[in-house]
Design a protein around this ligand. Structure first.
Ligand SMILES: Cc1cc2nc3c(=O)[nH]c(=O)nc-3n(C[C@H](O)[C@H](O)[C@H](O)COP(=O)(O)O)c2cc1C
Length: 213
């Protein structure tokens, strides 16, 4: 289902950023085109060189390119290019900024510009994840239509045990695959959604009807 899909992988500054390399490998193996956007903080955890090599595309980090020509990374074009955006790992900070509508990084500006589905895979320590702010932020993203790929429970980088660990890359791929498969199965179908009873005339006097549901 991911063959030919254009995917933006947005990587934020979590210890789980190393898993982004595996996500890219799986996406490429599935036939997707991948562009990676990194936050500044994520570079402390994995190098752009690794992610550029695996994705076969230069990693995008800043609004402007590092030269004197005035070239820039067009966040609007990137947002429109993508068939899907995966924010993985998604830090508490990035999630909060997605909710508040901040646009002070390329990742956030692309998120705000996108018309495609956005998948968010949180990764953080258990108390950060359980915090009311984080939970409310995730609820808000769901209400707005983003898809949350739940973190797993287990041993965390802090040594604590609980929920917050970035789910495994193959699970992220499976989640996306299922999403696109479900969409494809509805493609081309004409659906009639009725909120009240419907009446189909048999002749000018009689009709077939149903109760409202
Ligand atoms: C060693 C280390 C590990 C971190 N791991 C996480 C993490 O897993 N999740 C998280 O939300 N923040 C984590 N942080 C904090 C973020 O890096 C920090 O909030 C940063 O500002 C996030 O920026 P970004 O969202 O723009 O990438 C960690 C910080 C350090 C120093």
């Amino acid at each position: 289902m991911l063959n030919g899909k254009k995917i933006i992988l947005a990587v934020s500054g979590s210890i789980a950023a190393y898993k982004s390399a595996l996500i890219i490998r799986l996406l490429i193996k599935a036939g997707a085109s991948v562009k990676v956007i990194m936050t500044e903080a994520s570079e402390d955890f994995i190098t752009p060189l690794t992610l550029a090599t695996l994705s076969k595309n230069p990693v995008l980090k800043d609004f402007t390119k590092d030269n004197d020509s005035g070239e820039w990374n067009n966040h609007v074009d990137l947002g429109l290019w993508a068939d899907a955006i995966i924010v993985a790992p998604a830090t508490a900070n990035t999630i909060a900024k997605m909710v508040s509508g901040h646009a002070d990084s390329l990742l956030l500006a692309v998120y705000l510009s996108a018309r495609c589905p956005v998948f968010v895979a949180p990764a953080m320590d258990l108390d950060m994840y359980k915090h009311q702010s984080t939970q409310e932020n995730l609820e808000t993203l769901i209400e707005r239509g983003d898809l949350i790929i739940q973190p797993e429970s287990g041993e965390l980088a802090s040594g604590l045990i609980g929920e917050g660990r970035l789910t495994e890359p193959d699970h992220i791929l499976e989640f996306l695959d299922n999403y696109f498969a479900e969409k494809a199965s509805l493609y081309g179908l004409k659906l009639l959604v009725s909120a009240g009873p419907t009446h189909e005339p048999i002749d000018p006097v009689r009709f077939i009807g149903n109760h409202s549901s």
